[in-house]
Design a protein around this ligand. Structure first.
Ligand SMILES: CC(C)(COP(=O)(O)OP(=O)(O)OC[C@H]1O[C@@H](n2cnc3c(N)ncnc32)[C@H](O)[C@@H]1OP(=O)(O)O)[C@@H](O)C(=O)NCCC(=O)NCCS
Length: 177
């Protein structure tokens, strides 16, 4: 599994790594990372990595599941739940995932969870001595149109007010770009 994940996911993965990860999340607020629980057993993890600066309304989704639990629809259910939570509770416009080119199971999970294909990123990754691409970049920008239209109206309103003030203060009569 480590071949599919980022280098920040330790390999080999020991109990110390697990404890360090759990401790690092103790003060996380709001919550971006969750355990996947099946009948009381923790069988995997799922989380969002929020962007920064101008990408701060966007977050990257990642997930993994213990092999014994694969192909039962668990990851798809977890992705749907996390996206519902994120769009409802976190101030996000877009959630995206970048499965590597040969991770067909992950692409299938995203497809089933309603993510839209956006393209590929050739040779974007270097892992285990090889370059390979993010083969199936997908995103869920639920409610995108409505939210953007509302934000755009608010932004244009503020822009018009500022522009009006600027015009009153300056001798310029024509708006400048
Ligand atoms: C990717 C992963 C989370 C999927 O978890 P999961 O609970 O098995 O996923 P689901 O059961 O919800 O769906 C898997 C789908 O992929 C399909 N699939 C599995 N292996 C496949 C393969 N080699 N090629 C094509 N499709 C495959 C399954 O048939 C299923 O689709 P279906 O419901 O139409 O039959 C799990 O395989 C995993 O932990 N992999 C390693 C970590 C990883 O890849 N994380 C994602 C990084 S972006």
């Amino acid at each position: 599994m480590w071949r599919i994940l980022r280098d920040s996911f330790p390999h080999p993965y020991g109990i110390t790594d697990a404890n360090r990860w759990i401790d690092s999340l103790a003060s996380e607020n709001p919550r971006y990372n969750f355990a996947i629980d099946v009948e009381g057993a923790i069988v995997g993890g799922i989380g969002l990595k929020p962007g920064q600066d101008i990408e701060r309304y966007s977050a990257e989704l990642g997930y993994w599941l213990g092999r014994a639990y694969w192909n039962r629809g668990i990851a798809t259910a977890a992705v749907r739940l996390l996206c519902d939570y994120a769009f409802e509770r976190l101030d996000l416009q877009r959630i995206f995932a970048v499965p590597i080119s040969w991770n067909a199971a992950s692409s299938r999970v995203l497809n089933k969870a309603g993510f839209h294909p956006e393209g590929t990123l050739g040779n974007a990754c270097f892992k285990d001595g090889c370059f390979f691409g993010h083969g199936d970049v997908r995103s869920d920008s639920r409610g995108f149109g409505g939210i953007v239209r509302r934000q755009r109206r608010a932004f244009m309103g503020a822009h018009a007010r500022l522009e009006g003030r600027a015009r009153r203060r300056s001798s310029l009569t024509q708006p400048v770009d």
